[in-house]
Design a protein. Structure first.
Length: 488
């Protein structure tokens, strides 16, 4: 008798850690500038590296902010600043071979005026998942056994693989009046559709630009521009099933040259496929004499269930604080979304969070003011699987109204990966068995509820086909009311 064996591996979730890290930094002012009022602070959070070492994961990142301010003389100006940060998360048993997945978001980001400049205060919410590949050896079949009865099973395999990537530049030029200044510019990228081509994938997307302009007459204007694009991404390697495309904005610039407004977005397009398959495993086996037994092993893993993405909108009222005058005209707003919970629900993944919306407005006297309020977020993203790993969360806001109560509308773009938990039981080795006693005669046996025909045959060393010959219409699993005839 010979056991045929195979080796296989599964991605497993080793650990999930969440920590909140404060970031504090002094921000010097540009030469010759003063601070009378901080109108807005637009942040961009980037995790540059996640390094796994024995027992810990070290994260390094950068928090960049774009500030719009007024001097003490009510002159508008803007500039950029950044703060570097590093944080170590202790994870017992962490090893260099493990793969870190990090989702970082801001729960707070404000700039306060201090004596000789500004102080940046932020709170970074970090989620870390450590994935590792667990290897097993399993028996797939038994050869050479006499009177062998075996119970076979299949284990699905499903993994995401990067099939192709391309970095592109999206540019647009539009006209503005001579003397226009850009106080703030923000960009996002959206993948609208894609189609397979002979050598790859053709991607249709849109670069979304939100600009805060200071006109030559000293007025603030907010503009939203859309720049469609079409790009081809060449695929390499084996083309998997379930292709999907993601887009990430890695850089964005906007500048005015005379009467031309020039926009440029650096976009990274990635095409993924899902490699699916199955493995044949031996679940259990026996022979008439009980010459061997199967050593059972249990394992757990993760199966990639697909890319989860979508846009959802939340609305809520924003109240102007009592210490500020009422709003006469809303000039612009920016949203900072934060996910608080995400879990599997009956219709997909139920997500709850909040968007911190900063609104800049003009009061009746013509002065500029700003405040930050919250718009609740609650929506369901369709998707299969049990575990959701968020990767990208962006928000765009629109604030309307006047007076002390305004209406905020926030559109959130979320990209995530979904995984399915897999539990399996299989045979990893054969051991010496216990001989099955055989006594000639007829036996009427009452199986327990939940027992199967295979369980019964294994106990008495009888082929399943023989049991079916003696007992017509036996169910695959007994209910506890059956009586089974066994003849030795």
């Amino acid at each position: 008798m010979e056991a045929e064996k195979i080796r296989f591996s599964l991605d497993t979730l080793f650990a999930h850690e969440e920590q909140q890290v404060p970031v504090e930094s002094a921000i010097p002012l540009p030469p010759g500038r003063t601070v009378g009022n901080v109108l807005s602070c637009a942040p961009v959070l980037e995790i540059r590296e996640a390094r796994v070492k024995e027992g810990a994961v070290t994260l390094t990142g950068r928090l960049a902010v774009h500030l719009v301010l007024e001097t003490g003389e009510r002159v508008l100006y803007a500039f950029d600043a950044a703060a570097e940060f590093s944080h170590s998360m202790e994870v017992t048993g962490a090893r260099e071979s493990m793969e870190p997945r990090v989702f970082a978001q801001l729960l707070k980001c404000v700039c306060h005026r201090e004596e000789d400049g500004l102080r940046l205060s932020a709170l970074v919410d970090l989620h870390l998942w450590l994935l590792c590949q667990q290897e097993w050896e399993a028996v797939s079949a038994i050869r050479g056994a006499v009177g062998l009865e075996s119970l076979q099973g299949t284990m699905p395999t499903r993994r995401r693989s990067l099939l192709g990537a391309r970095a592109v530049q999206i540019q647009e030029e539009t006209g503005v009046p001579q003397g226009t200044q850009i106080l703030e510019s923000r960009g996002t990228v959206r993948v609208d559709s894609w189609s397979q081509a002979p050598e790859g994938v053709t991607v249709n997307g849109t670069l979304l630009s939100t600009l805060l302009l200071l006109t030559p007459q000293g007025q603030l204007e907010q503009q939203q521009l859309t720049t469609p694009f079409t790009q081809a991404v060449k695929l390499e390697g084996v083309k998997g099933e379930g292709l999907y495309v993601t887009g990430e904005l890695t850089g964005y610039t906007a500048r005015v040259d005379g009467e031309a407004l020039l926009l440029r977005g650096d976009v990274s397009l990635s095409v993924y496929g899902v490699n699916t398959g199955s493995l044949n495993l031996l679940l259990d086996a026996y022979d008439r004499e009980g010459s061997f037994s199967c050593r059972r092993c249990q394992g757990e893993g993760l199966l990639f269930a697909g890319n989860v993405s979508g846009e959802r909108t939340g609305e809520g009222t924003l109240s102007v604080p009592n210490h500020l005058p009422e709003a006469e005209q809303v000039l612009y707003s920016l949203a900072l979304p934060a996910l608080l919970t995400w879990q599997k629900g009956p219709g997909g993944f139920e997500v709850e969070g909040v968007a911190f919306v900063t609104t800049v407005y003009r009061c009746e006297s013509g002065l500029l003011h700003s405040f930050t309020g919250e718009v609740p977020l609650a929506f369901t993203l369709p998707g299969e699987g049990d575990l959701l790993l968020p990767g990208l969360c962006l928000g765009q806001s629109t604030v309307t109204g006047r007076g002390r109560t305004l209406m905020g509308r926030v559109t959130v773009t979320l990209q995530a990966e979904a995984y399915e938990h897999l539990s399996l039981t299989f045979t990893d080795d054969l051991l010496p068995g216990t001989p099955v006693p055989h006594s000639p005669g007829i036996l009427l046996y009452a199986p327990d509820k939940g027992q199967t025909l295979f369980d019964l045959g294994k106990r008495f060393g009888v082929p399943q086909s023989r049991l079916r010959e003696l007992n017509a219409d036996l169910p695959s699993a007994f209910t506890g009311t059956e009586r089974v005839i066994i003849i030795e």
